[in-house]
Design a protein around this ligand. Structure first.
Ligand code: GTP
Length: 473
């Protein structure tokens, strides 16, 4: 997705700035302009970008930068906070409770992926032990009921709809009634869409909402919507009480920034994103890990979980052993690429590693953990052999060096016996954590002493990481 390019552009702007010997207002402005351009190119609403720039200028203290503090970190942190602010409306959406009946109504324009997303949402909860049910209140589009029926049958989720009845309000009411009697705890109502916002759509939505009294209204938005996103989201919000947003088609070539601006328009959080046409191509959306990955700051906890999913069980102990010895070789990186390629979107997983953004992986000198062996002529050969620019290979090596540095700090990590990757994150002690945390943050929580107390209180490293943008669900 193009959002990754946005992350790359922002990271490059920060890098360029921190390369400057003196950081004065001019250099800072140049950096912020670069970031602004990248955000606008990704279709983030102009006003949001302008406000963000103003806020960062207010937060960043040039004297601090002049005093030689870690400039990149300070500005990166400010950008991180501001992006989080755009995406976080400050209050969580209504969260249905397992075992207690909730009605969730889906709204959105035609073709935004509403029907598909309803089933994904139901399936996601079903896997976690819920009893979901689907009601098709879309009588506008011929075939909508068939589509929902087909999806629901495939996922073994009960459904309700009618070929005869033309009143969506009646169907919605009957469906909700029936599934409440059947003790379903998540009753999902799919409503009809139109090609564009129009009075009839909004009136119908309002009536269905009045009849079914949903606990949550989810606005489904296609990520390719662009700059129109803000106004569209606002129009929906004015008709029904939108409480959450789901952005679909994040796997495509959409810029995504427009849809993200919808959060500001609806003042509701994005709760999931759709990343493909299949039922399980659906991810919980969390602001901090998302922004963290976008800026190449990583999401170690998410990475650990993902690796557990994709690394074959029998290979896990060996991998853990190597990592714990601080031996992060190019081969390890390559093999993990291969494993993850089998599973799907590679950038998504490797973006969880701090400092990682490259998607290039040449075969070659993979087993050494000494980057000096990768000299210029070797890099030229790799570039020629893989049809890439030498610059690409150099960038990849830079990324590798940064990653290897992080893993080398993990040296001495206690290895879990049965190849349990998640145990690795549990075994990280304050010592390891202190090495990977940005110094600024470490200072903020009171150095090693503060960190130890905090880790004791929190009970696990995973929770710690969640606090610093690496949490998972
Ligand atoms: N690539 C991709 N395609 C998606 C995603 N979500 C939905 N689609 C596709 O988008 C198309 C439209 O999806 P629908 O679910 O039919 O759209 P809808 O909003 O329900 O349409 P109406 O019922 O007419 O309002 C279908 O071809 C879906 O397979 C996604 O996350 N990624």
């Amino acid at each position: 997705m193009v959002l990754q390019q946005l992350g790359g552009s922002i990271s490059r702007a920060l890098q360029q700035m921190s390369n400057a010997t003196i950081i004065d207002e001019k250099v800072l402005n140049e950096c912020l302009n670069e970031i602004t351009r990248a955000l606008l190119q990704s279709d983030v609403q102009f006003k949001l970008v302008r406000d963000m720039q103003t806020n960062i200028k207010k937060i960043v203290n040039l004297d601090d930068l002049a005093a030689g503090h870690n400039k990149r970190r300070i500005i990166q942190q400010a950008v991180f906070n501001e992006l989080c602010k755009i995406l976080d409306p400050g209050k969580p959406s209504f969260t249905p409770k397992k075992g207690k009946p909730s009605v969730v109504m889906f709204v959105g324009l035609q073709g935004s992926g509403k029907t598909t997303t309803c089933t994904k949402y139901a399936f996601h909860h079903q896997k976690k032990g819920w009893k979901p049910a689907l009601v098709c209140a879309d009588t506008f589009r011929a075939g909508a009921f068939d589509q929902l029926k087909q999806n629901a049958t495939k996922a073994k989720i009960p459904f309700y709809g009618s070929y005869m009845e033309s009143d969506p309000v009646k169907i919605a009411e009957e469906g909700v009634e029936r599934f409440k009697k059947e003790n379903c705890d998540l009753i999902i109502v799919d409503t009809s869409g139109r090609h564009k916002q129009e009075a009839a759509l909004f009136e119908e939505m309002r009536q269905v909402s009045e009849a079914t009294k949903p606990d949550l209204v989810i606005f489904v938005m296609d990520s390719s919507i662009g700059q129109a996103a803000f106004d569209q989201a606002q129009a929906f919000k004015q008709s029904v009480a939108v409480g959450a947003v789901i952005i679909t088609k994040m796997d495509g070539h959409a810029k995504g920034g427009g849809a993200l601006s919808a959060v500001a328009a609806t003042k509701s959080p994005v709760i999931f994103i759709g990343t493909g046409e299949h039922m399980d191509e659906f991810e919980v959306f969390d602001v901090k890990p998302f922004v963290s990955r976008l800026l190449g700051m990583g999401d170690l906890s998410g990475f650990m979980d993902k690796i557990q999913e994709v690394v074959p069980m029998d290979q896990q102990p060996e991998l853990l052993q190597k990592l714990s010895e601080g031996n992060f070789t190019l081969r390890i990186m390559y093999e993990q690429f291969q494993n993850i390629l089998k599973m799907g979107p590679i950038g998504q997983v490797f973006s969880m590693l701090p400092g990682f953004s490259s998607e290039l992986m040449p075969k070659g000198q993979l087993d050494s953990s000494n980057p000096k062996l990768m000299n210029e002529s070797r890099m030229m050969r790799i570039a020629r052999g893989s049809g890439r620019q030498i610059r690409d290979v150099m960038e990849m090596m830079e990324e590798y060096k940064r990653l290897a540095k992080i893993w080398s700090k993990m040296k001495g990590l206690k290895i879990p016996k049965k190849g349990d990757m998640s145990a690795l994150s549990r075994n990280m002690n304050a010592q390891h954590m202190s090495k990977v945390l940005p110094p600024q943050m470490l200072k903020q929580i009171g150095g090693m002493g503060g960190l130890q107390t905090l880790m004791k209180q929190m009970g696990s490293t995973k929770d710690m990481m969640g606090m610093f943008g690496g949490g998972d669900k």
